[in-house]
Each structure stands twice: as C-alpha cells, then as structure tokens.
Design a protein around this ligand. Sequence first.
Ligand code: AQP
Length: 330
Amino acid sequence: MTRVFSGIQPSGEMHIGNWLGAIRNWVALQDSHEAIYCIVDQHAITGQYDVGSLADRTREMAISLVAAGLDPSRSVLFVQSHVPDHATLAWLLTTIAPLGELERMTQYKDKSQRVESIPAGLLCYPILMAADILLYRADAVPVGEDQTQHLELTRELARRWNATFGAADTPFFPEPQPILTGARRIIGLDGQAKMSKSLGNTIGVTESPEEIWQKLRPAMTDPARQKRTDPGTPEICNIYALHRHFSPEATVAEVATNCRTAAWGCIDCKKVLAANMATTLAPIRERSLELRAAPGEVQAMLGDGAATARRLAGETMREVTDRMGFLREG
Ligand code: AQP
C-alpha cells in the first residue's frame, strides 16, 4: 500500500482552510493508503508562541482531527515531540541542506518580515518538515498549495541524501509527491491573505453557528461594491468563493445571479453562506464536543499512535545512521 504522511501545526484552532485544503484528503486517504498523520508541535514553536497553552492547543488539534474523521484504527495519529527521531533526522538533513534554497522559501520570506529578530528555526522549518516526511519514507503528502514549495525541497533533500549515502540503484528515500484538493488555497476573511491561524483571518471548524455568523458578517466582499444597490462581481468576492465550497450548486448559481443584479446585498449572501457552513461543519462540531468530554480517549489514541510512529521511525533511523557511518551503540 502506498504510504502517505502529513502534519498540522497546533498554532491555533483548525480552520476551514486547513480542512478544505488538506484535512478532508487526510480523512479520504485512510481507506486507500497507509496513512500517518502528525500534530507538528515542534514546528509551532518556530515563531513566538504562548508556552502556557501549547499543550492544550495540541490536545485540541487532536480532538479536531478525530472529529473531522481521522480514525486511529485506520491511520496513525501522534504528536511530533513524542517521537524524538524527527529532530534527530532534521539535524542530519541540515548538513546537506542548501542555505540559499532555504532563504528563498516564500513562507520564510513572509514570516521573517513579521519578526524583529529572525530565529534560525524559522529558516530551518522546511528541513524539519522534510525529516517528518522522510522518516516514514512516505510516497505522497496531502497538503495545501502553500506547502508545495517545502515539499519540493523535501524531494531535493531526498535526492541529495540518496546520492550521498544511499545505494545508487535503489534510492532509500522515495521522492514524495503532493496530493492537493480542489481547494488548494483558501483566502482569509480579510479577502486578501491566505487563511492562516497566525493571521487571525479564520473560521474554526468547531465554531458554533453564532460564532460563524459573527465572523462572516464583517468579512470582506467584492471591494468595488460600495452600496447595497451596486451590482457585484462574484468572481472577485471571497464570500462567493466560500459558497462554492459550502453551498449546493443551485445556491451557488443563485448567489452569482443575485449578486450581479444586486437583488441580494452582501449581508443576504453571507446569511445563506453562514447557514450552509454551519450545516456542513455541524458533525465535526458535535463530535468535538463529545471528545472534549472524554479527554482520556484522545490521550490514549495519541499514546498508541506515538508507539507505532516510534517503531516505524526507529527502523528508518537504524538504516540512516548505518549508511551515514555512525558507530552503533553497545
Ligand atoms: N488557507 C489555506 N488553504 C488551503 N490549505 C491550507 N493549509 C493551511 N492553510 C491553508 C493547509 O493545511 C495544512 C496544515 O497547515 P499547517 O498548520 O501545517 O501550516 P500552515 O500552512 O502554515 O497553516 P496556517 O493555518 O497558515 O498556520 P500558521 O499561521 O501557524 O502558519 C497544510 O497542508 C497546509 O497546506
């Protein structure tokens, strides 16, 4: 069976961008692939973060993932810091990673502009991501479009490592391919930037109908539509883009017509979207409430997942350290 691996940072609540862009695929791939999924808490400390809430955010991310449909009997789910080999392999890959390419990463360029002093961890983030994937020798990685550049670097590191330490005819690390959904880049409620936990332009997948409405109400629409009576252009409106992911086809067509003719104002359009979004997300919200009431259940799932991941990672690391020439213990 083809093996897939992917991760999500517990840097905030899981939002509809994460869900549409990646997590829906994580869930679907459980049936056709050997699936390994990770809450990448060590990635989430590469920027400023709140120490006091990291553990809670990690637990909450696990709850959201299981509520969204991850089933630990069909996939492996664990927390990155529970498997120390991620950090070890990342260090080994650092020794072959090209500095110039790290500096060219779009996410690094964006995020480094937002801080006064740039931590080396922000620069090395893609190396840790490569280690996450290569540790399980994954063939494919379900991700959103923002991660495809990092994945290209992962392939580059796999090639370099194979060329330096692997047997030339049978590459040890596969070159993992991205698996994208039809919603590869969801724009945030500001209508401009990628929906992102760290930008606060999100709607969480476990939010209540009222919370969804409170966030959608002030969200950016077609900027050229100044007055209620102005006809709009759905193609440049982020609310219309979201309708395409949450509303039935007939409603999407109705939205487009009523926007172009100004039969609906933006608030009318948002009300329909809020209702459809709340209906779509209701099963995730309901399951998350049940899981929050039984915290031991999720903790046990993560414990089992970490044990499996440590075993798989250990197999890779034995081969890696042998091929790199390290002295075996004992
Ligand atoms: N807006 C998005 N549209 C489509 N896919 C997205 N993903 C993230 N944002 C969008 C995909 O979700 C998965 C998990 O993301 P992540 O938490 O590992 O990292 P990220 O891409 O950096 O997500 P955020 O929300 O933007 O977090 P912060 O603000 O902390 O950096 C990935 O597969 C990602 O592609």
